[in-house]
Write a protein that binds this ligand. Sequence first.
Ligand SMILES: [Zn+2]
Length: 294
Amino acid sequence: MTILKSASSASDLVSSTGTAPTMLRRTMVAAVGASLCAGAVLGSASSATASVGQLSPGASIAISSVETPTPRAKQVDKRVIGKSVKGRKIVARLHGSPTATKVGVIIGSMHGTERAGARIVKKLRKKGAPKNTAMWTIRTINPDGHRKKTRGNARGVDLNRNGSDLWKGTARHPVYYPGPSSMSEPETRAYVSFLSEIDPDVVLIYHQAGNGVDSYQQKNAGLTKGLAKRMKLPVKSFNCDGECTGTLTGWFNKKEAGTALTIELTRTVRGKQVKRWTKAARWAIRYVPDTYRD
Ligand SMILES: [Zn+2]
C-alpha cells in the first residue's frame, strides 16, 4: 500500500502493479491481500482523473460518453513480454480490471507488412477494456519487421510458421520461411510464454489483406460469425493452401481453453473501418465464455 501512495505518475502505477494480474487470475481466492492491493491501484488511477470525481474502486464506471477517457481507459499494467532479435521490446499493456476473470488479448500485427491492426490497438488503448474485463493489447509481436516493413523478423523468419504446432522445416521459402527449428525465434517464444501464463479467453490477431474472419479449424463459430458481422467482413477459411503449420492460432487453440482467431483485414483501410473494428474487438472480449479453469 505504501508503494501505491507514493505512486505519482502513470509509470509508477505501472511498476507498482507488477505481476499481480496474472497471479490473481491463477490464485484468485487465495490472494485476497494482493487482490485488495490491485483494487487500490484501480482506485487511485480513477481518483487521479479529475473528471471522474469521487468514484470508489468498486463503483460502477459505466460512464455513458464513449469519447472522453473513462477510468477503464487507464492502463493498469505494462509488461515487456520479450525482446526481438534486434533487442526491441515486445510490450503488452493491460487495461480494465486486473482482477477480472474474463481476459482478452488483442495483437495488432505479427507481419511487418500488415500494419492496420496496430491502428485498432491504438484505438482500443484509448477506449479501454469493456466493463469487468481485462484487456491486454500488443501493438506488434514483430517490432523488427514492423520497423523495416518486412513480413518476417530480422532473420527473415515468418513468425506465423515458427510456432510449435505442426511445425514444418519445409514450409515454403522465402516468404513463409519457418526458421531453423520450431520456436527458434525470440518473438515466438515471447508470445508463447505470455499467452501460456495469462490463459486468455480470447486472442484476436490481425493480418492483411485476405479480407475475412477466419473459420479454418474454428473453435467458437459464434465468435467468428459475430465478428464477421460486426466488422463487415466475410467469413473465410484461411487454410494456408492445405494445412497451416507453426501458426499462433493453431498452437493456442490446441493448447489453451480459450479461442484464438485470425482476422484478415482489407488492404486499404479507412478510419471508419478502424472504428468499427475496434468496437468489434471489444464485443469479442465480452462475448467469449470465461474459460479460466486451472
Ligand atoms: Zn499476416
